[in-house]
Design a protein around this ligand. Structure first.
Ligand code: HEM
Length: 482
């Protein structure tokens, strides 16, 4: 009997051992998440400031990821625990399963305060709940459905063609070193207008409102610069004391919104051909006030994102002669060249979500309301996901390219320049159309080289921008000039 009991006990112990070995460990509290070393009271604020503050946030965050792994927690000198994550599988779960029906992202503090104080209602990026979902669904139909970019193809191509003609004329006089930021900001605005107005009328509109559009392009640029200056400061206090940093920010938003509203009102009031987005939205019975809010924000969202992505791509091409030569011969690789530059220089180096409810996130149980910061910059440069991670190799994206075999690691979901899921970039097809067409036309017409003497690094100024102005010298390609 004893023997039977003993055997039974032994079996039970074995069974329990087996159970405890296989069962998933219980999720841990956020208190057990790795954290960078910090001082009492000030936490990591000093390290953060020494590392360069907001303008070097992407590098500051890259460092603890390398030390602590793909998930860690830091307050960045504030009072709230922020969870930083750079694991592609976890990020996919966040965007596809955990963010909920109404995904919420963190908005820049000065913009939120401005909206609260002056009641200016904004577009999709600022909307939440049902208002966001209803409008997003309508606009998705025209900007994201299959082949939707076909509607905009001709207006966008023509708008870019005009810029290239201007550059060809300049280049005929000798080398041309354009101010890329100014030229591409203005181009992004013209492209949005052409997509809004459709086939024929956009050109006439741009010519008519030239001064207005140039002023607007300059002002929008300032919004991003002045927002960055307020980063890390108590914005409420800056506003109450009416400090210069707040006054500059407020002025840039006041003027940009005023000009953007004027431009969009003019677009709504003129007689439009059927194929422009404004007309399509009017036909959807969207309230003209909402249409105005959505389009004003398109113009603002398109300016810096497409400009800097194009600048980074041209910069990388100028530094990589082999890729440039390949691209001159084979236009089909332009899409890969852009993808590869967004992996290395994602204009949105971080994405954010607020967890809608308590959930299991990797090994942790997190409360509803926890802010999650997705470290896009770190992810794209991680050797685990991209072999030869710091090299510019557009062919890594081309399934048919045999050189791909040399690259052991390639996890395409580790590069998310436009985010993922229901709240991802609504302008991504339009942006890709614009950037591909622009670089195609540049490659067909010009050779170019970088004339910056010092090394160009990165800084976060809301978006990831070059540490100094990138200067490229353009000359006509022989076949064009002959
Ligand atoms: C290279 C170009 C671009 C990049 C890399 C980019 C990137 C992004 C990213 C990462 C988001 C998601 C933010 C989040 O998940 O919280 C976003 C949202 C958004 N983008 Fe873009 N974007 C680009 C161009 C454009 C263009 C051309 C437009 C104009 C049509 C645009 C309009 C928007 C809007 C309105 C949102 C907010 C969507 C929402 O909240 O529902 N973007 N963009």
């Amino acid at each position: 009997m004893n023997c039977i009991r003993n055997t039974h006990c032994f079996k039970l112990i074995k069974f329990n051992k087996h159970l405890s070995h296989d069962a998933a460990p219980l999720p841990k509290s956020i208190r057990f998440m790795p954290r960078p070393k910090s001082l009492p009271i000030v936490g990591t604020k000093l390290d953060f400031i020494v590392a360069g503050g907001g303008s070097k946030l992407h590098e500051y965050v890259d460092f603890p990821h390398k030390q602590l792994g793909p998930i860690f927690c830091d307050k960045l000198g504030g009072s709230v625990d922020l969870v930083f994550v750079s694991d592609p599988a976890l990020i996919k779960t966040l965007f596809l399963n955990l963010e909920g029906k109404y995904p919420i992202h963190i908005l820049p503090e000065p913009w939120v305060l401005y909206e609260k104080l002056y009641g200016s209602k904004r577009g999709l990026f600022f909307m939440n709940g049902d208002e966001w979902l209803e409008n997003r669904r309508v606009v998705n139909k025209y900007l994201l459905k299959e082949n939707s970019e076909k509607i905009f193809e001709n207006p966008v191509k023509n708008t870019i063609h005009e810029l290239i003609q201007k550059w060809i004329n300049e280049t005929k006089k000798g080398f041309y070193v354009p101010n890329l930021e100014t030229e591409f900001y203005r181009l992004s605005i013209d492209v949005i207008i052409s997509a809004m107005l459709g086939s024929s009328i956009s050109h006439k509109f741009s010519a008519h409102s030239d001064a207005l559009l140039t002023a607007f392009a300059e002002e929008v640029k300032k919004i991003f610069q002045t927002t960055t200056k307020l980063y890390g400061w108590p914005v409420n206090m800056c506003q109450k004391l009416n400090l210069k940093a707040w006054r500059d920010f407020k002025k840039s938003v006041d003027v940009s919104l005023f000009l953007a509203n004027k431009i969009v009102e003019e677009m709504i009031n003129i007689k439009k051909p059927k194929d422009g987005l404004i007309n399509l939205l009017i036909e959807e019975n969207l309230n003209p006030e909402i249409i105005k809010r959505i389009i004003v924000d398109f113009v603002i969202a398109a300016g810096d994102t497409t400009s800097y992505t194009t600048i980074w791509t041209l910069y990388l091409l100028s530094k990589n002669k082999d890729v440039r030569q390949e691209l001159f011969k084979k236009n089909s690789i332009i899409g890969y060249a852009i993808k590869e530059s967004m992996r290395l220089y994602p204009v949105a180096p971080f994405l954010t979500r607020i967890l809608p409810k308590e959930c299991i996130f990797g090994a942790y149980k997190l409360k509803g309301g926890t802010p999650i910061i997705v470290s896009i910059y770190t992810l794209g440069r991680d050797e685990q996901y991209f072999s030869k991670a710091t090299e510019y190799l557009p062919y890594r994206w081309d399934r048919n390219d045999l050189r791909r075999k040399e690259l052991e690691n390639h996890v395409s979901s580790a590069s998310l320049p436009f985010a993922l899921g229901a709240r991802s970039c609504i302008g991504r097809k339009l942006a890709m159309l614009q950037m591909t067409e622009l670089i195609t036309q540049i490659a067909q017409n010009f050779d170019f080289e970088c004339v910056n003497k010092d090394e160009v690094t990165t800084k976060t100024s809301q978006v990831l921008v070059p540490s100094q102005e990138i200067k490229l010298s353009f000359s006509l390609r022989k076949t064009v000039s002959e």
